[in-house]
Design a protein around this ligand. Structure first.
Ligand SMILES: Nc1nc2c(ncn2[C@@H]2O[C@H](COP(=O)(O)OP(=O)(O)OP(=O)(O)O)[C@@H](O)[C@H]2O)c(=O)[nH]1
Ligand SMILES: [Mg+2]
Length: 628
């Protein structure tokens, strides 16, 4: 399915054309009907001769409502530039054309309306005028169709022309990152809050939890409609009405975006390639209205430098008709993504627009050749370079998240990942369950460095420890559990897992001579104690060392056994519990020739060790050892 949008000067017949094509009057507001003028967006749909169903967004032509036009036209597959044959090209014909051009709408048909009011020669003259206006824009050479919405002349030709234009249109992109730019919000009796918009980049399903970004609350999708038909799943590129549970109508507004929670970061500034319209230079610090998607926010332009002047002699103004690099700083956050197109207006005038290259960038020094080079590289990106750039920002990342962040189609993504892995630019690290974790070559080296530094700092602070506890290291690296596990496994053999921690391979605590003597003294005392361990009051770090070295076992509650003593206790208990026998605490105390307190600690230690299991007041052999 595709979405078509109208454009053109006030009263040139946009709404009448839609009514004639679809049978629906897009002017649904009472005020619109009374004044005979479109104020806000209107919506209709039709089935084309080839059987294809298309949505149509009708926009107002009056100069006061250009902001509504912008909200409606931001995501169309085909534009109908409507020009009344009796009036020809008028101011908002030109302004809407500029906007379509800034939004890079290449797919357009010029519709010459009201042809019943003029003769053929006149219509031909107007067509000439239109052709000249289109020259040098993305719409140059667009087909022109003459119609009359009053007599119906030319409407069949127009339907065919739309069908053919859409034949050549690529399918809407599906990168599993659904976002719906909200252009209408209303309540429906018995349903509650409903929002409408054009769904981009992914699918939405009934039951999905979504967020109204930026800053809005979460909600659940209770119902979905396309063209008033209930659907279970809405597809990218379609007009969608979503009924939301858990959100009041006052909590949503046009310009916000419906997306899975956490997917769209609020954008407070973005770097962009920015084109100034002819005769409308954009000077540094210009205050503008920024239109992106269905949103409009106030902002300020920081001119970073001219695209054609990379010799650090950047200018303070992007001259009319020229393209440069800019950072747009927004007064309030907006939901947008790299690659999105935007339009800048000052009161009464469109001044320029362009494409977002990077969102929430740092504040750059102006006229920096390095900054401009980086923006140039990013904006010209191949799938591989975009994937690497996105991975560098978010690594380690799962493929699905990376595909979304890099804005690359599923097919191109898989091929690019293979190519990158083949030339060693990225690592795919397996995870026990679920998606693997991706890491760039540089990212692995960086994390390896961080791990080495964290281990060195830990060892310096705890010289008797054999390993840095897993969770302490994870905290130092600030990685989620899944990613941490995959990345650390990927650092083997340089970094090795030891018990519930990690250490540099081959690393061992180096004891000072006095510590060495202390270790031997403790070990001798433990050995002599056997199953009746002396109460030694051992320093906890020393105890950790002895355990890590495999020389002692800390059963807890002050009961520490020499390694050999514990091993023989273990074997004795296993022998005692053979053939389903049980043992009470008192029996264990006697059998192990120890006191009650130590017997208790030893049994609990054996429980933890997977040797025994509690069974009422007694102990039995753990299942895994039965039949031994
Ligand atoms: N004779 C004739 N009149 C037309 C034709 N199309 C529209 N009109 C008339 O032109 C007037 C304006 O038409 P609309 O469809 O409201 O124009 P619009 O472009 O939607 O105007 P805005 O939405 O306000 O920008 C209405 O009175 C229509 O009846 C046509 O093909 N022939
Ligand atoms: Mg209208």
């Amino acid at each position: 399915m595709f979405v078509i949008g109208t454009a053109g000067h006030v009263d040139h017949g946009k709404s009448a054309l839609i009514q004639a094509l679809t049978g629906t009057n897009p002017d649904r507001l009472r005020e619109e009907q009374e004044r005979g003028m479109t104020i806000d967006l209107g919506f209709a749909w039709m089935t084309l001769p080839g059987g294809r169903e298309v949505s149509i967004v009708d926009v107002p032509g009056h100069v006061r409502f250009v902001r509504h036009m912008l909200a409606g036209i931001s995501a169309v597959d085909l534009a109908l530039l409507v020009i009344a044959a009796d009036e020809g090209v008028m101011p908002q014909t030109r302004e809407h054309l500029e906007i379509l051009d800034l939004l890079e709408v290449r797919n357009a048909i010029v519709v010459l309306t009201k042809c019943d009011l003029v003769d053929g020669d006149w219509a031909a003259l107007v067509e000439e005028e239109v052709r000249a206006a289109l020259d040098g824009t993305h719409l140059e050479g667009a087909l022109c169709v003459r119609v009359s919405s009053v007599t119906g002349a030319g409407l069949d030709d127009l339907r065919d022309a739309i069908d053919r234009a859409l034949d050549a249109t690529t399918e809407p992109r599906d990168i599993s990152r659904p976002r719906l730019g909200i252009d209408r919000v209303f309540t429906m009796a018995g349903f509650g809050t409903v929002v409408t918009g054009t769904l981009l980049d992914g699918r939405l399903r009934i039951g999905d939890t979504v967020e109204v970004a930026p800053g809005g609350p979460a909600a659940r999708i209770r119902g979905l409609q396309t063209h008033r038909h209930e659907v279970q799943e809405a597809l990218p590129g379609t007009r969608v009405a979503a009924n939301l549970a858990g959100i009041a109508v006052e909590q949503v507004a046009r310009g916000q975006v419906l997306a899975p929670p956490g997917r769209i970061a609020p954008v407070r500034a973005f770097d962009a390639v920015l084109r100034a319209l002819p005769e409308r230079p954009i000077r540094h610090n210009l205050r503008v209205a920024v239109h992106v998607g269905s949103a409009e926010v106030q902002g300020r332009v920081r001119v970073l430098g001219g695209a054609d002047q990379l010799d650090a002699a950047g200018r303070d103004t992007i001259p009319g008709g020229a393209t440069g690099w800019a950072q747009i700083v927004l007064a309030s956050p907006v939901a947008a993504a790299p690659g999105d197109l935007f339009v800048l207006r000052v009161p009464d005038q469109t001044v320029g627009g362009g494409r977002i290259v990077e969102v929430n960038p740092p504040r750059h020094r102006r006229h920096s050749v390095a900054t401009i080079e980086r923006l140039r590289a990013r904006s010209a990106g191949t799938p591989e370079s975009r994937i690497l750039a996105a991975l560098e920002r978010t690594e380690p990342a799962a493929p699905s998240a990376l595909a979304a962040a890099s804005e690359v189609s599923a097919q191109a993504f898989a091929a690019a990942i293979r190519a990158l892995a083949d030339r060693g630019a990225l690592h795919t690290l397996p995870v026990a369950a679920g998606e693997p974790v991706l890491l760039t070559h540089a990212g692995r080296a960086r994390i390896h460095g961080e791990v080495t530094r964290a281990l060195a700092a830990f060892h310096a602070a705890h010289p008797l420890r054999w390993a840095m506890p897993r969770e302490v290291l994870r905290g130092a690296l600030r990685l989620p559990a899944r990613e941490f596990a995959a990345v650390l496994a990927g650092l083997a053999p340089e970094i090795e897992a030891r018990g519930d921690g990690f250490a540099e391979s081959g690393w061992a605590p180096a004891l000072a001579p006095a510590q060495q003597a202390e270790v031997e003294r403790i070990e001798r005392a433990l050995r002599a104690g056997g199953t009746q361990p002396p109460r030694l009051n051992i320093d906890p770090e020393m105890l950790t060392y002895l355990e890590g070295a495999g020389r002692a076992v800390d059963c807890g509650d002050g009961t520490v056994l020499a390694r050999d003593a514990y091993a023989s206790v273990r074997e004795r208990v296993i022998a005692l519990l053979r053939d389903g026998r049980q043992i009470t605490l008192a029996e264990a105390r006697d059998a192990l020739d120890t006191n009650r307190r130590a017997a208790q600690a030893i049994l609990e230690c054996l429980d933890r060790d997977g040797v025994t299991r509690r069974h009422g007041d007694a102990r039995v052999l753990h299942e895994s050892l039965r039949g031994r």
